[in-house]
Design a protein around this ligand. Sequence first.
Ligand SMILES: N[C@@H](CCC(=O)N[C@@H](CS)C(=O)NCC(=O)O)C(=O)O
Length: 262
Amino acid sequence: MAVGQRMILWGTPASQPSRAVAWACLIKGLNFAYHDLTMRHLGVGGPVQPHNPSGQVPTLQDGDISVFEMPAILIYLAEKHGWSDLLPADLAARTRMHQYLHFHHNFTRRATLGLMAPHVTVAFRDMLVARGKSQLVAAMDSADKLLAGQRIVLEVADLIEAGWFPHGDFLCGAEPTLADIACYEELSQLTWAGLFDFSAHAKLSRWLSAMAALPFHEPAHRYNLILGDIAAAPNTLTRFAAALEAGVQALADCGVEVRRFG
Ligand SMILES: N[C@@H](CCC(=O)N[C@@H](CS)C(=O)NCC(=O)O)C(=O)O
């Protein structure tokens, strides 16, 4: 990589794993460029592809190295830059963090797929129909989507409440790790969106407050704050576009070099 060349994070503010990577980079003061792929994800973007076989975001380009899958990106950055706080040196704590990051894909991630996505994507239903995304369209059209999604999140919240927080306010111990950042992006969005109330989960509620006190919380989540409650008033394309723009602008406000594609 040429001297001074920034690594590139391909993402969109609506993407939970992209937010996790961007927030970690902001917290650690990493110099990065953000290439916003929102429009391509909505099917109206140009031919730009991140170097990821799935074409998904987040994808990181660091010189000749492409890294995809959010936990792999976070661990790559933590190892490269010596983030010994977010990647604990203690073997037991590090193992708990790895356990969580594996658990994440099959459990916590269902919060987005089962509850958040069906309420966000109503804003561009026609586009999804045209692209043949029948599973997503069926989920957003279901009369039961709020209750069915909440049942999924309740199951996940119960598991995390009982199985993590061994000693301290954070998932793996007394300090936040990469696991907390990954998990927070799936669960916190549901509170701003009016889709789930974690107050019956004492540890998770305390954890949500502790995470919100970390640096750069507001810019990293400006998309969610502007999108607001999508349970009371269904999402619209105008509202979604405004939230996305606010999310990208928040990164620019933090000094990140932003490029928009599409
Ligand atoms: N397992 C992946 C999930 C990535 C993912 O689901 N990305 C979504 C956005 S949140 C995406 O790129 N969707 C567009 C597509 O699949 O074409 C990770 O942890 O990074």
